[in-house]
Design a protein. Structure first.
Ligand code: PHE
Ligand code: ZN
Length: 856
């Protein structure tokens, strides 16, 4: 099936099982940078001996076939067809009984710049096979429903040679590995290099002793300890909370410097972007520590949700990713503060997933068509996929969830499963019909939920109306099941009705609360109980009341957020801002009894992107410059009004003693840094300069630097950082990212362009490239500068990157995904940039798909 630009469209409806069963895979690698030899033996059998089928193996262009035999016999070349991405052996040439297929191929890791398949990063061999990288290593049925046990032999002089499973032989120049758990090719991994390990061990609750290693480059050992602690906590948590034990004798983690994504859950051999492993107080921020802990957990949790139970096909990606994100979110809530984690997750969901849902790239958590699967590792598949599971859990209750998950692991261990299988365990374990609920998986778009209150004679009626705007390919949508957690608060601030979950299932539906003495204030969508946009008529005084009294931390924060947004939107439209928000913030600043993390979350104003998304969801055209100015104005107003309180708080919070990146330490620093950002608007940067000079941890130094850059200062601090950390890639990535991100908008593209001309802008390194382009994209008014400079700069570099690393280029092209919501002048410039990309000859399939969806 091809589409208008001649690309292959994959459809869920076309799924067919593979016509052969593969039971075991034996491989031997002779590693050499320019010409690596891969020998593979596949134990195959026809799925149906009556039905002859061609054997189609996937194999990328750069895989060179040297030899091929079946049961030891060379094949007549007439029976073998090599096409661009496949190798086909005609049915006539195949036995009707189990047989052994042997191939010998040559590949060139040193020429592999895409970070997919077998490649070289900083002198070390490593692999990335999800989603379809294995086909660049050898000819293979490279699809997740074909699972085999693996025996791997690695020949190389490099000192450390790793693959999946357990080590079964080590000798000079050779290592052998056996993975007893059948797995699809995307979970294969191999690493060879000059590495050192931070080692520990973990004994599972049934007594299996597991050797744990975090492998890094020599010299990095002292920054790998936190990753190891996080791993041990994750292993324990998965036993305690999900009853899941680890199932091999070793668990290896390797940090690599060139990696397209965050990390990868290869069986027993997780491979990580080094920025998600290496941390020390001097080089990593609190945010980095929290991410490392969460991603280590995420990849570890995949061992059950992803590896033991994998996906039937890539349409089911959210089966493993949504569930594993949900599990890592639960883990972080248990390790840190559940309230803070929930608020942070909702902020991220709105910033990335609601944004995606609003534009031309909107798709359901389970898409039913794609051209390039790598373009579907999205906020919708991951984060919305997790939200959907959160709703399921809310609907069936904690016990129901536990029973459903136990059944899932029991019933599907060893399977390549589907979303239908997943929903069926919930139906069977709880007796609930989930037919309507399934729409959350198959429909795109963020539902708009409107709540109208009616109060009469002690009875409160809440009427909910739901509607989901059209998304590409889905003009009309049926109502979904929306769990709305609601509580009622009396006029004196006491809760009169504790949280209840209302199940909205109709397009419009009313719920009543009778026997109330006085009209209560409704606290709605507590805990953000469903990923919807809720609109209700609420005045600022009531919002301030909820900010003061709501017992649900998310709803409390949300009330403050709504206050801030209404002030910001008024200011961006040139209207005068009421004092409610500024007053409420004053009370929070003075409230020493409140959780510092919560106060920090309230003090950080909504970002410009969030304001634009809100305006656009209300059918308005966001003006990036006006939004930027409004945010500056409001921040300045808060700082001026509360100058004394803020100055005092900043002094009182001076922290001495060792840096600890835990919840309490992080909370204190985040509040103080939020206060600093406000004060810098008044003091000309004096406090930030002092803090940068005396701080020994990166959290405070980056906060100080960011505040200074936003005021057009910070040059001396940038120079100091560079002097100290020129040799530290991860710190220099921050250095590259923060400059375009915090630059005054009209200079942002020029700042990025200057940086791109530096010798140390090693753009072939994915982290460095992402730092610069992502930094600019994070500057809303800078990326969307009216002269088109942000668009042009980004397009130039996407085109350059696309030749080397298509996944990277396609991923960063999402900077443009909101282009349709701006004014005609900006739209014309963005479209011109996108069309320039589209017109480029030899554009990758990855970027082509993204750009054509955005232009469509
Ligand atoms: N499966 C990885 C994860 O979420 C992400 C990933 C996808 C990494 C594709 C590399 C390539 O945990
Ligand atoms: Zn994952």
């Amino acid at each position: 099936m091809t589409n208008t630009h001649g690309q292959n469209v994959h459809k869920l409806a076309d799924y067919r099982p593979y016509p052969f069963v593969l039971s075991a895979t034996r491989m031997r690698f002779r590693l050499s940078p320019g010409n690596t030899r891969v020998h593979a033996e596949l134990s195959l059998a026809p799925r149906d001996a009556q039905q002859a089928a061609d054997l189609v193996l996937d194999g990328g262009k750069a895989v060179r076939l040297l030899a091929l035999t079946i049961d030891g016999q060379p094949l007549d070349p007439a029976h073998v067809t090599r096409q661009e991405e496949t190798l086909t052996i005609a049915a006539d040439a195949l036995p009707r009984h189990p047989f052994l297929l042997e191939t010998e191929v040559e590949i060139d890791p040193s020429a592999n710049t895409a970070c997919e398949g077998l490649y070289i990063s900083n002198g070390m061999f490593c692999t990335q096979c999800e989603a379809e990288g294995f086909r660049h290593i050898t000819f293979y049925p490279d699809r997740p429903d074909v699972m085999a046990t693996f025996y791997v032999t690695i020949d190389s002089d490099l000192p450390v040679l790793l693959s999946n499973g357990n080590p079964v032989g080590q000798s000079q120049g050779r290592a052998e590995w056996h993975d007893p758990w059948p797995k699809p090719s995307y979970l294969f991994a191999l690493v060879a290099g000059d590495l050192v390990a931070v080692s520990d061990s973990f004994t599972t609750r049934s007594g299996r002793k597991v050797a744990l290693n975090v492998w890094v480059r020599p010299g990095d050992q002292d920054r790998a300890g936190f990753a190891m602690e996080s791993l041990i906590k994750s292993m324990k948590w998965d036993e305690d909370v999900y009853g899941r034990e680890y199932d091999l004798d070793v668990f290896n983690i390797v940090a690599v410097d060139d990696f397209n994504m965050g990390a990868m859950e290869n069986k027993g051999l997780n491979i990580f972007n080094s920025k998600l492993v290496l941390a020390s107080p001097e080089t990593a921020t609190d945010g980095d520590y929290e991410r490392i802990e969460a991603v280590i957990a995420h990849e570890y949790f995949h061992n059950w949700t992803g590896n033991r139970i994998t996906c039937r096909d890539w349409f089911q990606l959210c089966l493993k990713e949504g569930l594993t994100v949900f599990r890592d979110q639960q883990f972080t809530s248990d390790m840190r503060s559940a309230a803070v984690k929930r608020i942070e997750d909702v902020q991220a969901l709105r910033a990335r997933q609601f944004r995606e849902d609003q534009g031309p790239l909107a798709h359901p958590p389970r898409p039913d068509r794609y051209e390039e699967i790598n373009n579907f590792y999205t906020a919708t598949v991951y984060e919305k996929g997790a939200e959907v599971i959160g709703m399921l859990k809310r609907l069936v209750g904690d016990d129901g969830y536990r029973r459903a998950l136990d059944l899932y692991f029991d019933r599907h261990d060893g399977d390549a499963a589907t979303i239908e299988d997943w929903l069926k365990v919930f139906e069977d374990a709880t007796g609930r019909d989930l037919a309507q609920f399934k729409r959350w998986y198959t429909d795109a778009g963020t539902p708009r939920l409107t709540m109208i209150e009616d109060w009469q004679d002690g009875t409160l009626a809440l009427t909910f109306t739901q509607e989901t705007p059209p998304t590409p390919g889905q003009a009309q949508k049926l109502p979904r099941v929306i769990p709305v957690a609601v509580g009622l608060i009396g006029p004196n601030g006491d809760e009169v009705t504790p949280t209840q979950v209302l199940e909205v299932t109709e397009a419009s539906q009313t719920f009543t609360f009778a026997g109330l003495g006085a009209r209560p204030v409704v606290s709605a969508l507590r805990g953000f109980s469903a990923p919807v946009m809720l609109s209700r008529d609420l005045d600022d005084a009531t919002r301030a009341f909820l900010l003061a009294h709501d017992t649900d931390p998310f709803a409390r924060w949300e009330a403050g957020r709504e206050l801030a947004l209404s002030a910001l939107i008024a200011a961006s439209q040139g209207k005068t801002v009421t004092g409610d928000y500024v007053d409420a913030i004053g009370r929070l600043i003075a409230d020493d009894a409140a959780d510092p993390a919560f106060r920090a979350l309230c003090l950080n104003l909504p970002g410009e992107e969030e304001i634009a998304t809100r305006l656009s969801s209300e059918g308005l055209t966001p003006d990036p410059d006006a939004i930027h100015a409004a945010r500056e104005l409001l921040a300045r107003q808060i700082a001026e009004t509360h100058l004394d309180l803020l100055s005092q708080l900043y002094e009182d919070m001076t922290v001495e003693g060792p840096y600890i990146p835990d919840a309490a330490g992080t909370a204190g620093r985040s509040l103080r840094n939020a206060v600093l950002a406000l004060l810098t608007r008044i003091d000309g940067g004096e406090r930030a300069e002092i803090l940068f000079g005396i701080a020994s941890n990166m959290t405070e130094r980056m906060a100080a630097l960011t505040s200074l850059l936003r005021r057009g200062r910070g040059q001396a601090e940038l120079a100091a950082l560079q002097d100290q950390f020129a040799g530290n890639r991860l710190v220099m990535d921050k250095w590259f990212a923060v400059q375009p991100m915090a630059a005054p908008p009209l200079q942002a593209a020029a700042v990025a362009r200057d940086l791109s001309q530096r010798k140390d802008f090693d753009w072939k390194n994915p982290n460095r490239f992402r730092a610069l382009l992502g930094g600019l994209a994070a500057n809303h008014a800078g990326f969307h500068a009216a002269d088109g400079s942000g668009y042009d700069f980004t397009a130039d570099w996407l085109l350059r990157m696309d030749v080397l690393n298509p996944q990277m280029a396609a991923r960063l092209s999402t900077a443009f995904e909101t282009w349709t919501r701006y004014d005609p002048g900006r739209r014309a410039k963005a479209l011109a940039a996108l069309e320039r990309i589209a017109a480029s000859e030899g554009l990758s399939k990855n970027t082509r798909e993204m750009v054509s969806r955005m232009i469509a």
